[in-house]
Design a protein around this ligand. Structure first.
Ligand SMILES: N[C@@H](CCC(=O)N[C@@H](CS)C(=O)NCC(=O)O)C(=O)O
Length: 214
């Protein structure tokens, strides 16, 4: 048993952002799997204030929202730092881009096949309501989503030329933020193949996926 409880879904990209940071810092956690509809455990741990994953609980302290969890962890366990003092604002901007801009076309591309493969009508209806779009509508966006993804992948790839990590030689929050949409994309090998041509991005993806304790 570890001290940290991490409320999650195994395939949750936002949780994966936090899991990369915990791994790098050598902090173990107890995964507590949540249900897409029954939010009883999330409501209980957050005092009714939050129903999304990830939520982190450590010795009675409860934090939610992936970026806030990472900032909190970096203060509580500073070594090794993932938010450099001179790049804190940049990490926040990159996190915002990753969650809201990079993730958007990836969500459209990945969710329809994922839901079809699950074959669970209740889950499909629940996710369509949450996202505010049917899977057919998501599929209609696919040409545009692929184009957006390729343009974002090209930007990230060009910044990774000659660097092990997005801000330089060490893993930072920027890597965790940018990694999580690609983690989700990799759930669908046909979609992940779209970005294989970006060699710097691919090497970085594997480096972050295979990250060990610093
Ligand atoms: N801004 C939040 C977003 C978290 C989020 O949207 N998580 C998804 C799963 S990856 C979720 O819990 N969605 C609501 C649900 O599944 O009911 C964060 O960064 O933690």
């Amino acid at each position: 048993m570890h001290d940290i409880n991490l409320y999650q879904y195994p395939i949750s990209p936002f949780t994966e952002k936090v899991r990369r940071v915990l791994t790098y810092k050598g902090l173990g956690w107890n995964p507590i799997d949540c249900h897409y509809e029954d939010k009883t455990n999330l409501l209980a741990v957050t005092g009714g204030k939050w129903t999304r994953v990830p939520v982190l609980e450590w010795s009675g302290e409860v934090v939610w929202n992936s970026a806030d969890i990472i900032k909190w962890i970096d203060r509580k366990v500073p070594a090794p730092r993932v938010i450099p003092d001179d790049a804190a604002g940049l990490c926040e901007i990159i996190d915002h881009f990753a969650d809201n801009t990079l993730f958007a076309p990836i969500l459209m591309l990945v969710i329809p096949d994922l839901l079809d493969a699950a074959g669970d009508a209740k889950l499909k209806a629940n996710r369509e309501k949450l996202i505010g779009m049917t899977t057919s509508k998501m599929r209609e966006s696919h040409a545009q989503s692929r184009e957006a993804l390729l343009s974002f992948a090209a930007m990230i790839d060009s910044n990774l030329r000659g660097k092990d990590f997005f801000l330089g030689g060490s893993f930072t929050m920027a890597d965790a933020s940018l990694y999580h949409p690609f983690f989700f994309l990799a759930l669908n090998p046909a979609n992940f193949a779209l970005v294989q041509e970006f060699k710097h991005l691919m090497r970085w993806y594997e480096r972050v996926r295979d990250l060990k304790q610093a």
